[in-house]
Design a protein around this ligand. Structure first.
Ligand SMILES: NC(=O)c1ccc[n+]([C@@H]2O[C@H](COP(=O)([O-])OP(=O)(O)OC[C@H]3O[C@@H](n4cnc5c(N)ncnc54)[C@H](O)[C@@H]3O)[C@@H](O)[C@H]2O)c1
Length: 343
């Protein structure tokens, strides 16, 4: 390569990285990984609106970690924090449950917030942005079935408004990245996570509730609940695999591209609930119940799989952790530490 050719590849060892919304499930694990891979500095920016100080408590005092309290809806605060970093991973967002509670703030964070992060990246010569998108860009409701690939369109008919607003806000975030690449040459990789689970699991992701609410009930000696016949498909990805993808997306020469991240295989909700009971060693048979009124549910139209093969081609990533192993790690963390309180 000649010196005039641009590369979107960043070296993690010795690099400086900012994780926006870093006091999160994904952010804390990604920070740990970047530090383990030799990053010179990891800046964790968060407004702590989800009260997640304990998520990054283990990083406080680390000389290679800087913690910045800032709100992404306030551009001046971002401009102050983004100085002198090579790469940015943008995670701060409100997911479906939070969007259901407060759509105005949800849209402000997920749309204006992304605009501000992009503006701050461009103003500060950031070399690469990794944007956390979601399989919510394929939507929910009866239209979602089969193999979901990166070109699968958005389905909204029959889905709850908050899920549609969340998915649509991620689509807008993705398009803002594409626009910034074309206008300003900002290199980016979009990672469309499927439901993330693992150590430091919270109660904010609707589908991950199938794991932690099951575990909560089992520990209380109660039968876990399965909605309907439990044949509904879900596809999860382990948080350590997501952190590895974030690092690979920074390091890969790839730019101007979006790829799916998903675990080795989908599961049905019945299989999942039985797996949690088996791994927890509390063999209580589930009870089949009707959906609780007022609780957001993310239903789909039939069996589906979120295809992750493109991620291997583009950033060299494939999932390594099976659901059995990931659930074992999540339960071990919950048993051995203070699980984060339900909000
Ligand atoms: N968790 C999942 O199952 C899942 C699935 C698909 C996509 N994603 C996406 O991955 C990303 C990370 O998910 P997570 O579960 O680790 O998130 P999380 O809910 O644990 O954390 C989000 C973080 O953003 C921060 N934040 C919220 N509003 C902010 C603002 N205005 N300014 C600064 N910080 C703010 C919160 O305090 C929190 O620490 C999100 O963008 C989410 O949409 C998550």
């Amino acid at each position: 390569m000649t010196s005039t050719q641009r590369t979107a590849s960043l070296a993690i060892p010795g690099g400086r990285f900012l994780i926006v919304g870093g006091a999160s499930l994904v952010g804390s694990t990604t920070a740990d990984l970047l530090l383990a891979q030799g990053a010179a500095e990891v800046v964790i920016l968060d407004n702590f609106s989800f009260g997640a100080r304990e998520t990054i408590a283990h990083l406080e005092g680390n000389p290679r970690v800087r913690i910045e309290t800032a709100d992404i809806t306030r551009l001046p605060q971002l401009l102050r924090a983004i100085r002198n970093v090579d790469g940015v991973i943008h995670l701060a967002a409100m997911m479906t449950i939070s969007m259901d509670r407060d759509p105005e703030v949800g849209l402000e964070v997920n749309i204006d917030g992304v605009r501000n992060v992009i503006a701050a990246c461009c103003a500060n010569g950031v070399k690469k942005l990794v944007f956390a998108s979601s399989n919510a860009v394929y939507g929910y409701g009866p239209g979602v079935a089969g193999e979901l690939v990166e070109t699968t369109p958005f389905h909204s008919a029959g889905a709850p408004p908050a899920a549609v607003l969340y998915g649509a806000s991620k689509i807008i975030g993705e398009q803002l990245c594409r626009d910034a690449f074309r206008r300003y040459g900002l290199d980016y990789v979009i990672l469309r996570y499927s439901t993330v689970y693992g150590e430091r699991q919270h109660y904010r992701a609707a589908n991950a509730l199938y794991i932690i609410e099951t575990h909560d009930r089992l520990k209380q000696g109660l039968a876990p609940r399965v909605l309907g016949d439990g044949s509904e498909t879900k596809h999860f990805v382990y948080v350590g695999d997501v952190a590895r993808a974030n690092a690979l997306a920074l390091a890969a020469p790839a730019s101007d591209v979006a790829v799916n991240l998903s675990g080795p295989a989908p599961v049905t909700t019945l299989e999942l609930v039985n797996l949690v009971a088996e791994v927890a060693g509390i063999p209580i048979a589930p009870e089949h119940v009707a959906p609780e009124p007022g609780k957001v549910r993310l239903t789909t139209g039939g069996a589906f799989r979120i295809a992750h093969e493109e991620a291997e081609r583009v950033i060299g990533w494939k999932p390594e952790v099976t659901m059995r192993e990931g659930i074992r790690r999540l339960i071990a963390w919950r048993e051995g530490s203070k699980a984060l309180a339900a909000e």
